[in-house]
Design a protein around this ligand. Structure first.
Ligand SMILES: Cc1cc2nc3c(=O)[nH]c(=O)nc-3n(C[C@H](O)[C@H](O)[C@H](O)COP(=O)(O)OP(=O)(O)OC[C@H]3O[C@@H](n4cnc5c(N)ncnc54)[C@H](O)[C@@H]3O)c2cc1C
Length: 421
């Protein structure tokens, strides 16, 4: 919104959006002595933060900078200044110095020892209070007020205005809109001339053409290998954990690989995945195991043998894909049937038919173009005094604490830059 007559030079920083990025922005600007107003459209702060890490909040990752940057889907170099100023060790210190002990779990994921995202939010809220940040709840911001190419305030949905000497937009992406992240900030940025890189789901479950996942809903397979391929060549292969959902597949491994798969599907490729249910065993070793089991249990059904090799609920469907009657005695199983089962163990094929929409994704890919933001300050290159931080900018990463660190770091940098403006 352009405005000709307005009061400027009020030494106040306005932060729009009370997620992790906005809270850290407001805290940093407050610590540096500025008057800060944090405007949140919900009646509480950090709704998405409370969902993070299944309610445990995987706050950051303890790996080295270069490995950390590798976990971003692209554009990670943009974050170097923010990480230089405030990285994982600083974030860990920030919480520990305020009494919240943290622990590092597998793959260097850092969580509060309380296993509660609420305890993370409480530290942030206390720090906002300590630094006298004024918080306005239940107030969606509708527009940024701009005067002579400089941000000078915001217009609220009820028509009221708040003036300040800089505005920091931290309204998040568009995933999980019930938490308040509905893309408002990106709309405002676009109206002010910023390019928005197309929004896409990141860390998203995949849909499957076959109906087995529906029958296997809720089953988790640990330490399996997923081999994603298009019709010609293998394209991605990783070991991890898989979750069957009503419509397809999810779980940490699928979410991590989903960014690539979404790109391939968008390119019109036919993508399928072969699940290696026993990555530690060769076909020969599985064959030997079958032969051993068959020899000692001649009267048993193939179903009861497979119950020791697969989650119970998978067995009948597995056998029906193999074309074997579950009650068939193992002594009657032909070599061809045995070979068929071995092939299935090493490559149970599922055809990928699509992915869930961005609203159901953990992360939004795309957002305010990095070309329009100065990475050293997070200030807009188009509107002076306007800053961006958090998920609304065009950076996104894998699961593991990388996205929250990016939100905290860019928020910290934006808060400090706005004070030094
Ligand atoms: C289920 C789930 C689990 C996750 N788990 C993890 C995890 O364990 N580790 C990790 O690193 N990342 C995780 N993420 C990602 C992480 O939560 C986000 O990247 C992070 O919350 C982004 O922070 P943000 O402050 O930029 O945006 P958000 O957290 O989306 O906050 C934006 C805030 O702005 C407010 N807002 C929006 N529009 C307006 C407006 N017009 N006016 C005023 N306020 C407005 C919203 O209400 C919201 O409070 C998870 C995401 C999901 C969905």
């Amino acid at each position: 919104m352009k405005c000709a007559n307005m009061k400027l030079n009020i030494k106040k920083i306005i932060v729009v959006g009370g997620g992790p990025a906005g809270m850290m922005t407001a805290i940093r600007a407050g610590q540096l002595g500025r008057t800060v107003v944090l405007i949140e459209k919900n009646q509480v702060l950090g709704k998405k933060l409370l969902l993070s890490g299944k309610g445990r909040c995987n706050i950051t990752n303890a790996c080295e900078l270069d490995s950390f940057l590798d976990r971003f889907s692209g554009n990670a170099q943009f974050l170097r200044s923010a990480f230089h100023l405030f990285f994982n060790t600083e974030l860990i210190d920030f919480f520990e110095q305020r009494g919240l002990k943290l622990k590092t779990e597998r793959q260097q994921r850092v969580f509060p020892v309380t296993d509660s995202a609420d305890s993370v939010l409480k530290v942030l809220e206390k720090e906002l209070h300590k630094n006298k940040v004024e918080i306005i709840y239940n107030s969606p911001v509708r527009d940024v007020i701009v005067h002579e190419a400089r941000a000078g305030g915001v217009v609220l949905a009820d028509g009221g205005s708040i003036y300040g000497d800089s505005v920091i937009l931290t309204t998040g992406g568009v995933s999980f809109p019930a938490t308040g992240s509905t893309g408002d900030g990106m709309d405002m940025a676009q109206r002010l001339g910023h390019k928005i890189i197309a929004l896409q789901p990141g860390l998203v479950p995949l849909k499957i053409r076959q109906n087995y996942p529906e029958l296997w809903e809720g089953i988790t397979l640990k330490n399996i290998r997923l081999n994603f391929s298009d019709s010609k060549k293998q394209i991605l292969s990783e070991i991890g954990e898989l979750l069957f959902t009503g419509f397809g597949i999810s779980g940490p491994l699928v979410l991590s690989l989903s960014g690539q798969i979404v790109n391939w599907l968008n390119e019109g490729k036919d993508v399928f995945v072969e699940i290696d249910l026993k990555p530690a065993l060769s076909k020969e070793q599985i064959n030997e195991r079958f032969l051993r089991e068959f020899k000692t249990n001649t009267k048993k059904s193939i179903r009861s043998i497979l119950k020791n090799m697969l989650p119970q609920r998978m067995v009948d469907v597995f056998l029906s894909i193999a074309g074997i009657e579950p009650k068939k005695q193992v002594s009657q199983i032909t070599q061809k049937e045995r070979m068929g089962m071995i092939s299935l163990f090493k490559g149970l094929r599922l055809d990928i038919s699509g992915y869930l929409p961005v609203e159901k994704a953990m992360i939004t890919r795309g957002g305010v173009s990095l070309k329009d933001i100065n990475p050293r300050t997070m200030e807009s290159r188009i509107i002076k005094g306007l800053y961006f931080a958090g998920e609304m900018i065009d950076v996104d990463a894998d699961t593991g604490g990388f996205n929250l660190q990016a939100a905290f770091s860019t928020g910290y940098l934006a808060g400090e830059s706005a004070v030094n403006d």
